[in-house]
Design a protein around this ligand. Structure first.
Ligand code: DGY
Length: 380
């Protein structure tokens, strides 16, 4: 039995929130928009039937989670209940059938911009956890196996001045690429359907800075051929969206193209990697290392994955800093508050104005705004 709590019970607009969210600012935003907020306090993932029941016959909007399936059934229910808005509490929205939402005239919000550096930092952490074998070494220490320094104990990989391969050079991929280029002087190779002149320019500028100090510059190059990146990179980090074109993008054949001692980092979505193929590859190549924040059948792990010493696994926490998770709540609430009040959609990608006060009278990010013909905010 799911447990629910109601906040601002006198609000005229009923908003369903399927999980507790961090911080308090998001609740203030919904209160200011005259919303009665009903929050599910249970940690279990809600089924479609449970969410449909929560929507009931009167519901102005909903904030849902990436673990839930928001499709035809829920958008039809939301529409029938008088719903005006849905927001995912995530930047990714592969759990949402946006076409179904659009058919029912429901705008779909998401929470971009506030996860960028936080997620990139986690990708860096995972990169070095894999390169320097932190999981294995920690288990060794806690197991009481450390009997003294040895020249051969836990030899890992040095990344300094090597090549990092980025698959998906959007905001998070670019932030990670720059961290690796600036921090560890790695050359960047990226694979993305579109060139990213901003990333290339930033690395070039940093390369010039290094040169001006008499040091070897770093470089950045886009490769339209994924295979080239896989063969050349010492470390490959996944930052792509999950869709039909990226499902099992990293499969047995592509793993076999990577260097025998390469690193594979995934902070995007689990199904981008064929996990069974990864397990087989890691078993066969002990010097190959993977670090995963996301999993193909999350929260379940493919058999064998957790037994591998050369794989680091963490429970989908790349965006889990207090600042980011509270900011995501603010953006999700601001999406709902604006859309139920009939406000337009924010035109840019800079989310900073929503993190201060007063809140712009706009929905920060709506992925189907154009399809629905929603008006765009113009500064007064
Ligand atoms: C997102 O927002 O898509 C992330 O996966 C949450 O960490």
């Amino acid at each position: 039995m799911m447990e629910w709590e109601t906040v601002h019970a006198s609000g005229r607009r009923r908003v369903v929130v399927t999980k507790r969210l961090p911080g308090t600012r998001w609740l203030e935003i919904l209160k200011e928009a005259d919303c009665r907020v009903e929050i599910c306090r249970s940690e279990a993932v809600l089924t479609v039937a449970e969410i449909r029941e929560a929507i009931g016959s009167r519901c102005a909007g909903a904030i849902g989670q990436l673990t839930e399936e928001w499709g035809e059934t829920l958008f039809a229910a939301l529409k029938a209940a008088g719903g005006k808005a849905y927001s995912n509490y995530a930047v990714g929205y592969n759990n949402v059938d946006v076409a179904a939402a659009t058919r029912h005239g429901i705008p779909v919000g998401n929470t971009p911009g506030v996860l960028t550096e936080t997620t990139a930092e986690m990708a860096v952490a995972l990169t070095f956890a894999a390169a320097r074998r932190l999981g294995e070494a920690e288990r060794f220490m806690r197991g009481g196996k450390f009997t003294g320094w040895l020249p051969t104990l836990f030899l890992g990989e040095r990344l300094w001045r090597k090549t990092v391969g980025i698959i998906g050079a959007g905001r998070i991929g670019s932030a990670y690429a720059l961290m690796m280029a600036e921090g560890f002087k790695m050359n960047v190779l990226y694979h993305d359907p579109r060139p990213n002149p901003r990333l290339e320019g930033a690395v070039r500028e940093y390369g010039r800075f290094l040169e001006s100090r008499g040091r070897t510059p770093v470089t950045c190059r886009r490769t339209p051929r994924l295979e080239e990146l896989l063969k050349e990179a010492d470390c490959v980090s996944l930052h792509t969206v999950l869709d039909d074109t990226t499902f099992h993008l990293i499969n047995a054949k592509r793993l076999s193209m990577m260097k025998e001692n390469a690193l594979l980092i995934n902070t995007s979505r689990g199904p981008v990697i064929d996990e069974a193929a990864l397990v087989a590859h890691c078993k066969k190549h002990p010097r190959f290392r993977a670090a995963l924040d996301v999993f193909e059948k999350e929260p379940a792990l493919t058999p064998g994955l957790a037994d591998l010493e050369n794989v680091v696994i963490v429970p989908h926490i790349a965006s889990a800093t207090r600042w980011t998770r509270e900011s995501m709540a603010v953006l999700a609430a601001a999406n709902i508050a604006a859309l139920v009040s009939g406000n337009p959609v924010w035109p840019g990608t800079d989310m900073a104005p929503f993190l201060g006060k007063p809140l712009p009278a706009a929905a920060p990010s709506v992925v189907n705004a154009r399809e629905l013909g929603l008006p765009v905010y113009r500064a007064p």
